[in-house]
Design a protein around this ligand. Sequence first.
Ligand SMILES: Cc1cc2nc3c(=O)[nH]c(=O)nc-3n(C[C@H](O)[C@H](O)[C@H](O)COP(=O)(O)OP(=O)(O)OC[C@H]3O[C@@H](n4cnc5c(N)ncnc54)[C@H](O)[C@@H]3O)c2cc1C
Length: 455
Amino acid sequence: MATRRRFVQVAAGAGVVSAAGGLPSAAAVRPSTARSLTTDVLVCGAGCAGVAAALAAARGGANVLLVEKAPFAGGIITSVGLPYFDGIANIRDNRIVVRGVALELLSKSGVCKPDAKTVEKHNPTIPNTFEFKLLLDSLLQKEKTHRTLFNSFVCDVERKGDRVEAVRVANKDGLVTIRPKVVVDCTGDADVAAWAGAPFEQSKEVQPLTLHFRIGRVKKNPDLTRNCREALKKAQEAGELPHYYGPGVMFLFADDEVYVHGVRVPANPTDAADLSRAEMQGRRDAHAMFVAWKKGVPGFEQSYFIEAYPWIGVRESRRLVGEYVLTEDDLMKGRRFADAIATGCWYLDLHPNKTTVGGANDFKPEKVQPDPYDIPYRSLLPKKVANLLVAGRCHSATRGAHASTRVTVTAMATGEAAGVAAGLAAAMGKSPSEIPGARVREALAERNAGPFTDG
Ligand SMILES: Cc1cc2nc3c(=O)[nH]c(=O)nc-3n(C[C@H](O)[C@H](O)[C@H](O)COP(=O)(O)OP(=O)(O)OC[C@H]3O[C@@H](n4cnc5c(N)ncnc54)[C@H](O)[C@@H]3O)c2cc1C
């Protein structure tokens, strides 16, 4: 059982500036720390999966609390600046295989029609990640039964019997205790599941971390990518850059601005000290790339480093070992499941912890490209903890299968299914494992979501 942390209760009413107008006393500025909240559904993490889970549960009428450590929602899309909606469509014919919240977000970002059946590219990008934050703000605020707490770090779990009794969140109110009926863990790292004692796996070596960044005032030219690659080779030989991949030097947002995928930092993202080291290494490597290009690549003469996104991105960490562990064999053989609640379609995209020049992987993606495949409800259900669901990149899958299910849209699809299931479970006073997967699928179908069924 997880430990309970102690905190001091300060008298209610403390915490306002002194009426006399002078400096407030130390006691007066200390806010009330004893906060206690209840909710039907608690969603931890407002990334791709968490936003979909929260919207789905609230739209089903549940009382929902969404907590997120960042000051905004969107997860990887907004905090690592990744505009890709991979997993939305089958690579072979661009047919949309995930609808529901993912398609809603893509269409509300102006990329396609709300009832689109195909997309122009199988891996579309949204035009602006800041506007995506605004879109999520407005959708979350529209839900009457929904509350959001940003700047709120889930830091502890209290378990009673086989249930999560409370989740503790650290924020500006102090340590807040939240008592939920059902929890959906969308932290990407399975923080809640791990701290609640649910079985999980984390490979000794996980996929490398990447910081994305943007460089402005760059002049496009046909040799740019090749020259950027050459410059990185030289920088590495000179000891200025330990690892990199690609690089992907893309004019995604403007004609004179590049968005760069190329930083590669091996690290353990569930170790606070190692994650801090990786953040610093990521910044150093991003800047080393910029310096190498400005110094030696035509087109970068007038360039400047705009900014790196706030966090280094984590591709892989803990994976739940749940009621069903989805395998790469399931994906590649297209195994069907009666309790399918989502469809995945991305290739087994495993980044190695070494430099790969030209591309991100050192294998041919087409060799590990499955047809659209089923994701079963049981892969969201942990063992040992009754009132918990785990969605997004930390759901129950082998390392190989996770390399495909981790992408943005597939995470949204599992998040939406978890949100629907959590809402049903809370309303019926049952645990998620008592709700049949077929019932969850039915509820998803009613909102034009769930697994792809158009043949
Ligand atoms: C560098 C990089 C490049 C990628 N490239 C692509 C790509 O091109 N296409 C693609 O489709 N996918 C890509 N992916 C994968 C994909 O973006 C993610 O796996 C996907 O976002 C998973 O969604 P998620 O909701 O599970 O996790 P996330 O989107 O990461 O969301 C998790 C959320 O939980 C919050 N959180 C975590 N811990 C806590 C805590 N303890 N308390 C409170 N909040 C917490 C985080 O702040 C975050 O908002 C990439 C990933 C990385 C890292």
